[in-house]
Structures are given as structure tokens and as C-alpha cells.
Design a protein around this ligand. Structure first.
Ligand SMILES: [Zn+2]
Ligand SMILES: [Zn+2]
Length: 348
């Protein structure tokens, strides 16, 4: 019985090309009590591997958080399977705004302590006492209200390439950091201001809204389904789109365009650009914004040092890395002294 991914990314990419079929990228989450996450995890892997699902899925005692892709013509089978699981019946599936057949190249289903690394101790507050969920139309009205404070619950490298007009975008590397900064910043308006928050697909606001209510905020709202669902509703209902730029996503696409504005700069030359890349030096892999000119000049690297290393034969590179520990984290925080034009456009 195969319970884990066995193909390399390269092998998988070739298979996808060979199949020549459209794939659908989507995400969903649900908070629910799962008694035995390991058993549930194995069940998901077996069923989804069979359906040719690829993606990154976290399962915990508190629920499931899934980002994945699957062949478009197997969507109904997938949906039937989801609906056969009681707590996932009719769960909202956030279909990606921009599709890419290679958004994911492996199926990874992992058992975690939590489905979002939020750094919160859930025993200290009532996580079910959430904010009011609003759809795109009501959200658009709310954020024009002068008594509203609109807060982006994502990290700096996400809001840097796209955010809602007038949003507060904390300059943070983690979700946990943003909570304290926001609380401190808004401590005098807990009673009277409307605190409206959003994130990529809604999951981060589920905990954040409950946390802020626990901290004494009286009027807390959250964007239902996040930026992805907002964009769908805006298009469906012909509403004004108040989101500027790109929506950062955690797969190979790295971002999906929501509006034509480019609000970020190349971190190496400062020119207008909002394309995230990872440094080509495998041992660095820094996430940063790089324009086409710099990409060519720097050979897809973040610095001259990385460029030199990247030019060495692979075996030499491996020798250099030996014993140094692996910093090969795809979404390294996107900060480095080598990036001259990494600006903190963040508003608090
Ligand atoms: Zn550049
Ligand atoms: Zn580098």
C-alpha cells in the first residue's frame, strides 16, 4: 500500500505534460474535531492519490487545511468524496483565480499539531466566538465607512504585491506578530471602530477574529473566503474591485493577478515589478521580487555570492553545503541585506 509520495517533482511535471489535461487548483479548510488525524490522513492520501490529486494538505485534531490541484475531469469524483465526509459536506472550495497545471507537483498530506501555525494557545480564548462573516458587496461598503479600520492579516511579502485599498498592512513575518501589533495600534478604538480583516482564503481570520473579540474589540468583521472568494463574487456580481495588485499564493504560481496595478518594486533595481522568485542557489532559495532584466543579469540569483555558487558544478555546491544545515525553505522570509530595494511599504 503506497501511503506517501514517490515521484520527484521533475517526473511529475513530465507526467502532467504527457497527460495533456487541464488541472484545477483549489483550496479549502474546515475546523472540526478529528479524533484520529493519522487514520484520516491515510484515508485522504489513498483516495486522493488514486484521483491524481497533488498538493499540500495539513490535518490536525482541530481540522483540515488543503491546497491542491487535480485533473479537471475528475472534479466531480473528488467533490463526491469530500461530500461523503460529514464535516466537509458542502465545504466552500476556493477555486484559484489563475490556473496553472503545475501549481503542485507532489501530494503531501501531513499530520500537524494545528492546521495553521498561528502561535496561539487556543485554551486561553473561545475560538468559536468569531467575527461576522461578510461577502464582497458588504465588505466593499464596510471598508468605505470612516469608522472602519481595515487590517490585512497576512505577512509582509504577501501584502507587498497586493492588498485592499486603505488597508493596514503590518510589517510582520508571522501571523502571531501581527496580532500584538494590531492590538497595540488600535487599543483606543476597541469599542467604537469596526475592525474588518481579510486574508488569502479566510482561514487566518477564523482565529484572529475570535482572538480580537476576546481582547475586547466589539465590532469585528471578516471577509468570507478571503481574497479568492472576494474576487469570484466581484466578477460574478459585477461589483467594484477594491483589491490592488496580486494575490500571493503558496504554490508554484506564487501569485495570481487580481487587478492590473503593479504596486511593488524589483528588490534589486527598484523598477516596478511584482513577480516573486526564489534564488536559484539551492542553498539560499531566498524569496524575493526580481524583474526580467535583473533575472538575466543576476542569473536568477539574489546576490553575486549566490551567483558564484550557482555557477559551480552541482557536486561542488553539495560539498560547500555539507554540514551547514539546510536553509532550503521555499518561503524563506523574503528579507536580506542584499536586497537594496526591499521597501517596507507597510503602514504600521
Ligand atoms: Zn530589477
Ligand atoms: Zn541567494
Amino acid at each position: 500500500m503506497q501511503l506517501y509520495n514517490t515521484l520527484s517533482a521533475k517526473e511529475r511535471a513530465e507526467l502532467i505534460d504527457k497527460a495533456g489535461k487541464d488541472r484545477l487548483t483549489l483550496s479549502f479548510y474546515a475546523y472540526a474535531k478529528i479524533e484520529n488525524p493519522q487514520v484520516f490522513r491515510d484515508h485522504l492520501f489513498l483516495t486522493w492519490n488514486e484521483l491524481n490529486v497533488l498538493g499540500r494538505i495539513y490535518v490536525a485534531k482541530e481540522g483540515i487545511n488543503a491546497q491542491l490541484s487535480l485533473p479537471a475531469d475528475r472534479f466531480q469524483e473528488f467533490k463526491n468524496h469530500i461530500d461523503s465526509i460529514s464535516f466537509l459536506e458542502n465545504v466552500r472550495l476556493n477555486i484559484a483565480v489563475e490556473q496553472d497545471n503545475k501549481s503542485f507537483l507532489k501530494l503531501k498530506v501531513k499530520v500537524r499539531h494545528k492546521i495553521v501555525a498561528d502561535g496561539l494557545n487556543d485554551d486561553t480564548f473561545d475560538a468559536t466566538n468569531k467575527g461576522i462573516h461578510v461577502g464582497a458587496e458588504q465588505f466593499n461598503e464596510l471598508i468605505e465607512d470612516e469608522n472602519t479600520v481595515l487590517v490585512d492579516m497576512r505577512n509582509h511579502y504577501e501584502s507587498e504585491i497586493g492588498h485592499f485599498k486603505n488597508a493596514v498592512t503590518p510589517d510582520v513575518d508571522t501571523f502571531r506578530d501581527s496580532l500584538d501589533i494590531i492590538e497595540e495600534d488600535l487599543k483606543d478604538s476597541k469599542e467604537d471602530k469596526k475592525l474588518v480583516m481579510y486574508c488569502t482564503g479566510g482561514i487566518r481570520c477564523e482565529k484572529a477574529s475570535a482572538y480580537f473579540k476576546h481582547k475586547g474589540f466589539k465590532k469585528v468583521y471578516q471577509l468570507e473566503g478571503g481574497i479568492i472568494e472576494y474576487t469570484r463574487q466581484v466578477n460574478d456580481q459585477n461589483l467594484e474591485n477594491k483589491f490592488l495588485g496580486k494575490n500571493f499564493v503558496f504554490d508554484h504560481r506564487r501569485g495570481e493577478r487580481i487587478s492590473d496595478e503593479v504596486i511593488a518594486n524589483c528588490h534589486q533595481c527598484g523598477n516596478s515589478c511584482d513577480t516573486h522568485v526564489n534564488c536559484a542557489n539551492e542553498a539560499c532559495h531566498l524569496l524575493f521580487i526580481q524583474c526580467e532584466d535583473c533575472k538575466e543579469k543576476m542569473e536568477e540569483c539574489c546576490s553575486n555570492e549566490c551567483k558564484d555558487i550557482n555557477r559551480l558544478p552541482f557536486e561542488e555546491q553539495k560539498k560547500l553545503r555539507k554540514g551547514k544545515g539546510n536553509s532550503n525553505k521555499i518561503f524563506k522570509k523574503g528579507r536580506s541585506e542584499v536586497l537594496k530595494y526591499k521597501n517596507s511599504s507597510c503602514s504600521i
